[in-house]
Design a protein around this ligand. Structure first.
Ligand code: FAD
Length: 455
C-alpha cells in the first residue's frame, strides 16, 4: 500500500500536542450564537401542524408552513434546545447537491439526476433569497468551493468533473494561486453551487423568524410517543394535531419503521484560534471558498468571519449499537489525527493552536441522502430533508413525484452485522485511498447493489 500525503509529510508529534493543548471540548458555533430561550410545553392543545425537532428540518418546515397559511396553528416541540444538535455544530457548508455529490446522485438516480441538480440549485438560491428577505443573521457567504487533489490519481478525477465556468479545473499553479498548501496538486473551483453559513446562527435566526411568523416554539419538551391519530405526548402535556412532521434526524424515530433505516456516524471537528494577518497571508485563500480534499476519507475546511479555520472530517466513526451518546464526542486519537493532517496541509501555520474540539452524529442511510415518507394515513410525515410539507399536504408536486422522494433506502441489518459491515466498508475505503483509489471486491459489490457508506 502507498502512504498518503498525510502520512508521508506528517508533522512532528510535538507540533500536534502543542496545538491541541488549549482546545476545549465545546462547540464554537453554539458559544458564538447566544439564542433566545423558549418555554417548556405544558397543557393540552389542538393545532393544525405539530413539528417534532428544532433543527433545520423542523425549523424550515414550521416556517414554510406558517408562510403558506398564516392562519394555521403551528407548534414546534424541541426535546432540548433549538439547534443544539447537528444543525448547530456542522461545518456550515451549504451545498446545492441534494444527493451527497454528483457521483452518488448519478449512480442512484441517473434518470432524474439533471432534475435533482436543477432543484438543488433552485433550493440554494431560495435559501439565499429567504435569508436576505428575512434579514437572518447567518453569516451567509456564497463563495463557492474548491475540491482538491492531494494525490496524483485524484487530478484526473477533477479534470473529468470540470464543466465550464461554474466548475473550472485548476492546475497546480492555479490552485496554489488560490490557496497555498504543499499538498495540493490540482483543484476544481465550483463557483455557484456552494455557500457557507454560521450553522448555529442560522438555527437561532430561523427560530426567531418562526416566532415572528407566529409559530409557537417549545424547548425541553421531548415527544415521548405518538398516540391515536397524531396525538403527541410530552412529559407535561398533550398536543392534538391534525398533521405532524417528524424532524428528529439521528435520534430514535417515533416511527418503528424507520429505526433500521439510518445509523449515527460521528464526525469530528477542530477550530483554530483566529489567524493573524500574516498567518492568513501565508496561505492566501482570499476567495474564502469552502475546501475539501478528494479521497474517500476526506477533510472539509473553511474560514469563519473572524478568520479561524474549521477543520473536520476524515474519521467517520460508527459506535457499536448505533446509539447517540455524549461520551462518543471526545475521541483523542481522532483529534490528534485531524490536527496532524491540518499541519500537513498548512505547515506554514505551525505554532497556531486550536481553541475548540467537538463532534456530532450524522444520520446516515445506505444511500447517503435524504429520504421521505408518510405514515398514519398520510397525517404524519418524516423527512431528513426539506420537502416533507408537500407530502403532508398530499399534493402531487414536482418534488413528491421524484423517485428520490418515493423510494426508501435499504435498511441496515441489526447488530452485530451492522458494525461488521460498516467497519469493513470503512477499512476498504481507507485501503482504496492508499491504493490510488482502486476499490476492492467488497466495495465494488456494494456499489453494484446500491449500498454504501462514506465519511
Ligand atoms: C460535525 C458535523 C458536521 C457537518 N457538516 C455539514 C456540512 O458542512 N454541510 C451539511 O450540509 N451538513 C453537515 N452536517 C449534517 C447536518 O448538520 C445535518 O444533516 C442537519 O443539521 C440535520 O438537521 P435536522 O434538523 O434534520 O437534525 P438536527 O439538527 O439533529 O435536529 C433534530 C432535533 O430533533 C430533536 N429531537 C429528536 N427527537 C425528539 C423528540 N422525540 N422530541 C422532541 N425533539 C426531538 C433533537 O433534540 C434535535 O434538536 C454535519 C453534521 C455534523 C454532526
Amino acid at each position: 500500500m502507498t502512504a498518503t500525503v498525510f502520512e508521508r509529510q506528517a508533522p512532528d508529534a510535538a507540533v500536534v500536542s502543542h496545538a491541541l493543548a488549549p482546545a476545549r471540548q465545546s462547540v464554537f458555533w453554539i458559544e458564538d450564537a447566544p439564542g433566545d430561550r423558549f418555554p417548556r410545553f405544558r397543557g393540552d392543545i389542538e393545532c393544525d401542524l405539530a413539528v417534532v425537532g428544532g433543527g433545520y428540518t423542523g425549523l424550515w418546515t414550521a416556517l414554510l408552513a406558517k408562510r403558506a397559511d398564516p392562519s394555521a396553528r403551528v407548534v414546534l416541540l424541541e426535546g432540548r434546545r433549538i439547534g443544539w444538535a447537528a444543525s448547530g455544530r456542522n461545518g456550515g457548508f451549504c451545498e446545492a447537491s441534494l444527493t451527497h455529490g454528483d457521483e452518488n446522485g448519478r449512480t442512484r438516480f441517473g434518470h432524474e439526476f439533471d432534475e435533482l441538480q436543477r432543484l438543488g440549485m433552485a433550493n440554494l438560491d431560495e435559501i439565499e433569497a429567504t435569508i436576505a428577505e428575512l434579514g437572518l443573521d447567518a453569516e451567509f457567504e456564497r463563495n463557492g468551493a474548491i475540491d482538491l487533489a492531494t494525490e496524483a490519481h485524484q487530478v484526473e478525477w477533477l479534470r473529468e468533473a470540470a464543466d465550464g465556468e461554474e466548475a473550472r479545473f485548476l492546475d497546480l499553479e492555479a490552485v496554489q494561486a488560490e490557496v497555498h498548501s504543499p499538498t495540493y496538486l490540482a483543484g476544481l473551483l465550483r463557483t455557484r453551487d456552494s455557500a457557507l453559513v454560521h450553522p448555529a446562527k442560522l438555527a437561532r435566526a430561523l427560530a426567531r423568524a418562526c416566532e415572528a411568523a407566529g409559530v409557537e416554539l417549545f424547548e425541553h419538551s421531548p415527544v415521548e410517543g405518538i398516540g391515536e391519530g397524531t396525538t403527541l405526548y410530552t412529559p407535561e402535556g398533550v398536543v392534538r394535531s391534525k398533521r405532524t412532521a417528524l424532524a428528529t434526524n439521528v435520534f430514535p424515530s417515533l416511527l418503528k419503521r424507520n429505526r433500521l433505516a439510518t445509523v449515527p456516524v460521528y464526525d469530528y471537528v477542530l477550530m483554530t484560534e483566529p489567524l493573524s494577518a500574516a498567518q492568513l497571508a501565508s496561505i492566501g485563500w482570499s476567495g474564502r471558498q469552502g475546501l475539501g480534499d478528494s479521497a474517500n476519507q476526506f477533510h472539509y475546511y473553511r474560514l469563519t468571519r473572524d478568520n479561524r479555520i474549521l477543520f473536520g472530517g476524515y474519521d467517520a466513526v460508527y459506535h457499536y449499537g448505533g446509539r447517540v451518546r455524549e461520551r462518543y464526542e471526545d475521541r483523542p486519537a481522532t483529534f490528534r489525527r485531524l490536527a496532524s493532517h491540518f499541519f500537513t496541509t498548512f505547515p506554514q501555520l505551525e505554532g497556531l493552536t486550536f481553541s475548540h474540539r467537538w463532534a456530532g452524529a450524522i444520520d446516515t442511510c445506505s444511500r447517503f441522502c435524504a429520504f421521505f415518507g408518510t405514515a398514519r394515513g398520510g397525517t404524519v410525515a418524516y423527512a431528513t430533508g426539506y420537502t416533507g410539507l408537500d407530502l403532508l399536504d398530499g399534493r402531487e408536486t414536482e418534488r413528491t413525484s421524484l423517485e428520490m422522494v418515493r423510494s426508501r433506502p435499504l435498511p441496515f441489518p441489526p447488530e452485530p452485522a451492522a458494525a461488521l459491515g460498516i467497519n469493513l466498508t470503512r477499512w476498504s475505503l481507507d485501503r482504496a485511498d492508499h491504493r490510488e483509489g482502486r476499490r476492492n471486491l467488497f466495495l465494488r459489490t456494494l456499489d453494484a447493489v446500491g449500498l454504501g457508506f462514506d465519511s
